[in-house]
Each structure stands twice: as C-alpha cells, then as structure tokens.
Design a binder for this molecule. Structure first.
Ligand SMILES: Cc1cc2nc3c(=O)[nH]c(=O)nc-3n(C[C@H](O)[C@H](O)[C@H](O)COP(=O)(O)OP(=O)(O)OC[C@H]3O[C@@H](n4cnc5c(N)ncnc54)[C@H](O)[C@@H]3O)c2cc1C
Length: 242
C-alpha cells in the first residue's frame, strides 16, 4: 500500500537521570570524590550543563557513551534503513523479509520528488503493483520469501528497533541532519532527535547538523547556512594582514 511518506519514530527506552549520569561521568575525571557522591550531590543544572559542554567541546567523548537510547521506527523505506545500518555503533532488529511474507500489495514509500509529479507518481504506483504481482507469483510457485524478496524495491516499507549511545546519536545527528544527507534519513533522524529532545531538552544544542555545532561547513556543495572552512581561514588571514 502507498504510504504517507512520514517516518514514524518513537523513543521507547532511555535511562533515568541522563543529565546527572553524564555529569557524573564528566566530574569523576576531575574529582577526588567518589562517583556515587558526585551523582547524589548533583542538583545544580546550570553547573552540570556548563561542565558537560566544556568536556564535550574538548572531545572527551567517552563521557556520553554511558547513555543508551532505543527507538521504534516504522514507515521508512529499505533505502533509508540501509543508510542507517552503515552506522557501526548501533544495534538493530529489523522486520525480516525472510520470515514475514508480503501479503497483497506490499507497503512502499514514494519519494516526494515523484509524489509531486502526478504522471510519474501514477507510473510509480502502477510499477509497484506489477512488482507485487511478480512477488506473489514466485511465492505461489513455492519460492521461499527469502528469494522472492529479490524482486522487491528499495522503496519497500520496513520497521526496526534501533538502539545507540548518546555519542553515536550526536554523531549521526551531525551527519544526517545536514541538508546534504538524503531527505528520508534526514526526516527519520530528525524524528529520533525530536523525540529525545522532548524528554531531555538540554540535548538540543548537540542534536544539530555538524555546521551548527562547529560553526562552519565542510561539504563540497554547501547549502550556505554557515561559511565554508576556507572562507573562515581567508577571513582570519585577512584580519592577520590588517
Ligand atoms: C551525506 C552522506 C553521503 C554518503 N554517501 C555515501 C556513498 O555514496 N557511498 C557509501 O558507501 N557511503 C556513503 N555514506 C556513508 C558514509 O560513508 C559512512 O559509512 C556512514 O555515514 C557512517 O558514518 P561513520 O563511519 O562516520 O559513522 P559510524 O559507523 O557511525 O562510526 C562513528 C565513528 O566511529 C569511528 N569508527 C567507526 N568504525 C571505525 C573503523 N572501522 N575504523 C576507524 N574508526 C571507526 C569513526 O570516527 C566514525 O566517524 C554517506 C554518508 C553521508 C552522511
């Protein structure tokens, strides 16, 4: 069945006291006190956020690896999840195309560029119907689902549970919220970030495209949101000459 193109993303698991846990990890590195005392005494949010920002900005990333979060994700294409599974510090459990047979028209996502063009959209939908018929023909002929799936397209809808630590989530947000990332994974990662920020607003400054975090763009084709690194270097050289 044709879908509404919006990833469905829900945060299903996160530790309690995320901020205090990260703060305790940060503070433990610079304190003679026992971590449990640091944890129990931590109650000044401003002080905690200040230290965390200093520690993360200095690249001391182990401190944010103690936080593990899990998301339930559905209504995304296999093309989209194929990109997510390239991230090596994540854990995935994805709907199997071996054990779950498609019945009738399989669910699929229509890319917005095709969705916006009525003529191409109709062709796309017709083609999905033809693929579905072919898939069914193979299954009916006794071909196992694990082989019949060979005809299914990248647009096939899928679902997964995805878990990762905070360091990896920040890394993924920095890469995949960038306007150079493909639209669907951008929407999915935005859904993950928004769901977590709704419960942990202090993470908002970190769950942003890399240019927001670092103040410059390192992409070949920049969207212009931030200056390119060379532009900043040239500007700094010009100031040095003055
Ligand atoms: C806009 C965009 C376009 C892309 N286009 C393509 C493409 O055309 N073709 C393609 O194949 N891929 C493409 N990719 C995927 C990309 O090459 C990475 O595989 C993917 O983004 C995972 O990123 P990562 O390796 O930084 O992160 P992760 O796998 O999430 O790892 C996080 C960090 O851990 C460290 N790390 C992990 N594993 C290792 C290791 N083995 N050795 C050393 N350090 C490690 C690195 O510092 C890494 O940045 C694209 C990604 C983006 C964002």
């Amino acid at each position: 069945m044709e879908n509404n193109n919006k990833p469905i993303v829900n945060l299903i698991s996160k530790p309690k006291d995320m901020l205090r846990t990260v703060y305790t990890a940060c503070r433990t590195c610079y304190s003679a006190d026992m971590p449990i005392n640091i944890y129990n005494d931590a109650n000044d949010e401003e002080k905690m956020l200040k230290l965390i920002e200093r520690v993360i900005s200095s690249g001391h990333y182990s401190t944010i690896e103690h936080i593990q979060v899990s998301f339930a994700i559905s209504n995304v294409s296999r093309a989209c999840t194929h990109q997510l599974v390239r991230h090596r510090h994540m854990s995935f459990s994805q709907k199997s195309q071996r054990y779950v047979k498609e019945k009738g028209q399989f669910d699929y996502l229509i890319p917005p560029t095709i969705e916006r063009n009525q003529e191409l959209k109709e062709k796309f939908i017709k083609f999905m119907g033809e693929i579905s018929d072919k898939y069914q023909e193979f299954v009916d002929a006794g071909i196992p689902a694990e082989d019949a799936r060979a005809v299914l397209p990248n647009a096939t809808a899928t679902s997964m549970v995805a878990s990762l630590n905070l360091r990896e989530l920040i890394h993924i947000a920095n890469l995949r919220l960038c306007s150079r990332a493909q639209y669907e994974i951008r929407m999915m990662v935005k859904g993950m970030c928004d769901a977590l920020i709704a419960e942990e607003p202090w993470l908002k400054p970190y769950l942003v495209p890399k240019c927001e975090r670092f103040g410059f763009c390192d992409e070949d084709k920049s969207c212009g949101r931030k200056p390119k690194l060379e532009e900043l270097k040239n500007a700094a050289n010009a100031v040095a000459v003055l």
